[in-house]
Ligand binder design. Structure first.
Ligand SMILES: [Fe+2]
Length: 280
């Protein structure tokens, strides 16, 4: 049986442990990037296409440009053939555009970089949630940074001797995911079709189309994962079975990045992620 003295000592330690935990969630884990490497087989490439997938930078008072630059500096050493940025470049309003451009240019000047828009970047949802009513400012940021934004558009990309069809879609929560006329129900060419779509729930809208791999963000992995049971109380998606990682969906694959930034400056048991996907 625990003694009264021990019990009082335990109670006295709670604020101390709480302060350490809060410090860890605010200052340590959000900047503790994990580099992950996965292989996805879509059967159309003889040699792997090395994709760098980053997402959800969320530049804001909670996520500094310095921390985003640190993530990009780590990414530059990973040797991607092509880079995908899957939305949520900001939270709220954009500031210090010139510095943000300089940081994004470090990536785009080394590797061809494509992006799609997230719900925080501007649009119907963002306009109702302290952000921009349209994504023109983020579009300008990306264009001036050498990042090609695909908004319900396809681009055929030649990379490492391969041609792939790359499709970037608008955001689901803003009602901007419009695949009709962009994706085909039956592909017309023997090329891999890769989709950039911020919110993984958008896969339901893409069910009838012919594609191989979809790269997403949005979930942040939940930002908080309860140890041992793996419960993610703040997962902002309908399909809770797709929180993060590389998942099969029928014959297709979905890759969900936990993202670089966060909301409210906190992460617990859910480190920010820099992903390499070897597409073979
Ligand atoms: Fe996000």
């Amino acid at each position: 049986m625990i003694s009264r003295k021990r019990f009082i000592r335990f109670l006295g330690s709670i604020p101390f442990v709480g302060a350490i935990g809060a410090g860890y969630m605010r200052f340590a884990e959000p900047n503790w990037y994990e580099v992950t490497e996965k292989t996805v087989s879509i059967g159309r490439f003889r040699t792997p296409l090395r994709v760098l997938h980053l997402s959800d930078f969320h530049a804001s008072e909670s996520v500094s440009l310095e921390s985003i630059e640190k993530a990009i500096d780590i990414s530059l050493g990973l040797g991607g053939d092509i880079a995908f940025l899957t939305g949520d470049f900001i939270t709220g309003k954009l500031s210090n555009e010139n510095e943000y451009q300089r940081i994004l240019k470090k990536l785009s000047s080394l590797v061809r970089t494509y992006a799609c828009i997230g719900n925080h970047d501007g649009g119907k949802w963002s306009g109702l949630n302290h952000g921009y009513k349209d994504f023109s400012k983020v579009r300008t940021l990306l264009e001036d940074s050498g990042v090609k934004l695909l908004f319900n558009e396809e681009e055929r990309v030649e990379v490492s001797g391969k041609t792939l069809s790359l499709v970037g879609l608008g955001d689901l929560w803003s009602g901007d995911t419009k695949p009709k006329g962009i994706l085909n129900t039956v592909r017309s060419r023997d090329e891999a079709v890769i989709v950039l779509s911020h919110n993984p729930d958008s896969k339901e809208l893409l069910k009838k189309y012919d594609w191989d791999l979809m790269c997403c963000g949005h979930t942040h992995g939940g930002q908080f994962v309860i140890p041992l049971i793996g419960f993610r109380p703040f997962l902002p998606v309908i399909d809770k079975s797709f929180p993060e990682g590389l998942l099969s969906w029928g014959k297709r694959h979905v890759h969900i990045s936990r993202g670089i930034g966060n909301l409210h400056g906190l992460r617990f048991n859910c480190r920010p992620e820099i992903s390499i996907l070897n597409v073979v």
